[in-house]
Write a protein that binds this ligand. Structure first.
Ligand code: NDP
Ligand code: 2IT
Length: 448
């Protein structure tokens, strides 16, 4: 059988088994499309059915999450954890709380997490979980009751050497705190079972900043391959949550100018740049008051674009940092037409296949999420190391490790792309470099 026959047969089976799960199918197709040359070179992967095994989660957990709102009404949400692959280490990946969460969304995220985590060079398997619970508009007490109920079931499936969840959309320091407290109470263990913890009870410095900083570090490596730097570059950023906030901070530090932010209601365009003072306002607005990005436009007298994403804003670089499929084929065309030459994905799978195709065809610098946003989970890995050592490293030490990891993520992806005859194609490079590490470990560990 040729490599392509193997891949097509595997993909057909995935379609059959996961019918209608569009995001999961999209993520699987993108990875499988990169692997033809790898299977040609490694018939042992074909013989051991690595492809058929890697697309099937090792374990899928779905559960009911009952909780009571402030009025005393009973609410029911659905909880999930997809434990995808443990060849390289304990399952590792975030929890997403958002009304759009479905099995398909979490499976796409869990699947991508396998390869992303492999690229970090740290010993972590891949997983993802979450709930269709919407923290927006809920009181702190409601969020706490939900988190406690969610963890009451999840706690029997996770552990510091088994599965270590963290944050994602809708799960930040507040939610991690409530879940950690409930885990500790139920299990009677103070242990590194979650990452993204607060600094005074086991968290790591720089974890909060890590995804945004890491994305900019990776983009800096991409620019270096063309002898360019961030100095004076105009950058469009989407989202206004954790990843977007620290992307803007690092861009400012490196001399670039970030001119946009967004949320699910619309975007702001600030041609003068989101400087440190304005960013401090965003952090307070989003992390404490939990308000809408429109308030930025009101406060600083800039344009608010109701219901619009930032991709029609003229920019040199784009940093999608909100959610999946937020850059479609039309958006990509507009970005390219306006002279955008770099896209680095802070979010997971923010570009549709039609958008990716255009970025690759135009040979712009394109850093796919698996590589570009690996800094978050990498620093979670560093938090796990510190928890095991019962020590805390300094801000400088963690930042330097993060920076070096992002350099390594870029190098591995760049080298793999070159080795397999697609120089500069970091989609293929990241998929191949991540996949081969996991595949080799799976071979070593036998048929499991
Ligand atoms: P946050 O919850 O902190 O922020 C999410 C931001 O994206 C908000 O501005 C939110 O707007 C916007 N957003 C969410 N869903 C949608 C949607 N369906 N349509 C439009 N806008 C939306 O999450 P993070 O910053 O942590 O995550 C952002 C992205 O980065 C996600 O793709 C996540 O998977 C990815 N990521 C996160 C990592 C981390 O460490 N946190 C690590 C690696 C990747 P609103 O408030 O209106 O919902
Ligand atoms: O998508 C991701 O990599 C994350 N949300 C971070 C996962 C983690 O375990 O830190």
């Amino acid at each position: 059988m040729t490599a392509n026959t193997v891949i097509n047969a595997a993909y057909e089976q995935v379609q059959k088994r996961n019918s209608g799960e569009l995001e999961f199918l999209q993520a699987v197709k993108e990875v499988l499309d990169s692997l033809g040359p790898v299977l040609e070179k490694h018939p042992e992967y074909v013989d051991a059915k690595i492809i058929d095994r890697i697309v099937e989660p090792e374990r899928q957990i779905m559960f009911r999450v009952p909780w009571q709102d402030d009025k005393g009404n009973v609410q029911i949400n659905r909880g999930f954890r997809f434990e995808f692959n443990s060849a390289l280490g304990p399952y590792k990946g975030g929890l997403r709380f958002h009304p759009t969460v479905t099995a398909s969304i979490l499976k796409f995220l869990g699947f991508e997490q396998i390869f992303k985590n492999a690229l970090t060079t740290l010993p972590m398997g891949g997983g993802k979980g979450g709930s269709d619970f919407d923290p927006k508009g809920k009181s702190d007490n409601e969020v706490m009751r939900f988190c406690q109920s969610f963890m009451t079931e999840l706690c029997r499936h996770i552990g510091p050497d088994t599965d270590v969840p963290a944050g994602d959309i809708g799960v930040g320091g507040r939610e991690i705190g409530f879940m950690f407290g409930q885990y500790k109470r139920l299990r009677n263990e103070f242990t590194g079972v979650l990452t993204g913890k607060a600094l005074n009870w086991g968290g790591s410095l720089i974890r909060t900043e890590a995804t945004g900083y890491g994305c900019v570090y990776l983009a800096e490596e991409m620019l270096k391959t063309r002898n360019e730097s961030f100095e004076g570059k105009i950058c469009a950023v989407s989202g206004s949550g954790n990843v977007a906030q620290y992307t803007v901070e690092k861009l400012n530090q490196l001399g670039a100018k970030a001119v946009s932010l967004s949320d699910s209601s619309g975007s702001i365009y600030d041609p003068d740049g989101i400087d440190a003072e304005k960013l401090a306002f965003v952090l307070e607005l989003k992390n404490i008051r939990r308000g809408r990005i429109k308030e930025y436009a009101d406060k600083f007298g800039v344009e608010y674009r109701q219901g619009k994403r930032p991709w029609d804003i003229k920019c040199d670089c784009a940093f999608p940092s909100a959610t999946q499929n937020e850059i479609d084929g039309e958006d990509a065309k507009t970005l390219l037409k306006n002279g955008c030459t770099l896209v680095a994905e802070g979010a997971n799978m923010p570009s549709t296949p039609e958008a990716v195709e255009q970025f690759l065809a135009q040979k712009i610098l394109y850093g796919p999420g698996k590589a570009a946003n690996a800094g978050g989970v990498a620093t979670s890995g560093l938090e796990m190391s510190q928890n095991s050592l019962r020590l805390s490293w300094t801000r400088e030490e963690v930042d330097e490790r993060l920076h070096n990891i992002m350099i390594a993520v870029h190098q591995q992806s760049y080298d793999a792309a070159e080795e397999y005859g697609q120089p500069g194609n970091l989609v293929m490079g990241a998929n191949i470099a991540g996949f081969t590490k996991v595949a080799d470990a799976m071979l070593d560990q036998g048929l499991v």
